[in-house]
Design a protein around this ligand. Sequence first.
Ligand code: PMP
Length: 417
Amino acid sequence: MSSEIKRLQTGEPENLTERFASRAAHMKASEIRSLFAVASRPDIVSLAGGMPNLSALPMEMMASVVQKLILENGQEALQYGSGQGHPKLREQICDVMALEGIRAHPDDVIVTTGSQQALDLISRIFIDPGDVVLVEAPSYVGALGTFSQYEAQVVHVAMDQDGLIPDALRQAITSTRAAGRHIKFLYLIPNYQNPAGVLLPADRRTEILEICRSAEIFVIEDNPYGLLGFDRPAPNAMRAEDSENVIYLGSFSKTIAPGFRVGWALVPPALKEKLVIASESSILCPSNFSQLSISSYLSDQPWRDQIASFCELYRTRRDAMLEAMEQHFPKEASWTNPEGGFYVWVTLPPEIDTKAMVPAAIVAKVAYVPGTAFYADGFGSWSMRLSYCYPSPERIRDGIKSLGGVIKKEMERRSIG
Ligand code: PMP
């Protein structure tokens, strides 16, 4: 029966699965996508999403930047551009990276549609089905989704309050290789990690770089939050110490605005051509309009001051969240103490299943992301990620109070404490 006849007869859309390529089986919505639909209801305090808070961005200034760009340089801004990205912006990106100790040449920078696209391109270039990628435990859900689509096997490496543990990395490399598996790279977020909120100290950065260099494993350093330190700057980027073995990913999503979708990769020269060709195949070229908007903004506006006001906004929210947690969470709960970025990672007694607890939280008008979303292997069921970036400090306090109540009730129900 043709699909059209079947649809007319049954009224049901055809199931296309049989017609898909086998790789489509690995394209699954992340388990937090449906949660976000609920969490965006206005009556719910969402501590779930990681959306940058744009209330500190002066929109009139942004409008004047964009208007001037179109009036004065619209022919270029609205035209196709280079696959590698606009040369002027690539120079400016080098100035931004210099703030984290990186000395780079604009030729080695590839502009991407957010750093998410860079993750996709790198995965496409490196991962054959079954290859291993080493990843922090827990890690960024968007990276896990990409690695899974390329059929990588994710091996998680333990972290503590100071990020990835070098000894755990050594062990993971040894045991993976002993099992005859091929490790393609280590992916990590050294600054204000998503989801754990922790910061990797300078000595660990050096040690991890040495381990990976001698094991001939590339390091993917994903750094969208590095300039969002609240009290002091983060240590220098890992790429500042090693230009040959580190693939560095940056983004303007958190320091300017994610709507421009401008990120970048800084890669060892031997990799550049493959990355540009892979990018051209998916997008031809990054948006000239977005790139030149960012470029004009960086040339004409006090962008460092703007980052400082973002930091202030997030610091106030972090303080509100941590104070409220001290007040309302049970003593059996523990959490990280972020020095920057957007996230706090909460660990509860192991009997608590944070995924099963979501409906109770929604009834109490608060949302969070259950810990299992950040593991490829189902671990993390008694932890959760809380984001303080978006709601107002008052709403954060209300949300934490409600969530504390939900956790305490769940502990009572299970006779914990
Ligand atoms: N990496 C990490 C760690 C992130 O948290 C995010 C977004 N939340 C990204 C990459 C992707 O960001 P973008 O594509 O907006 O640059």
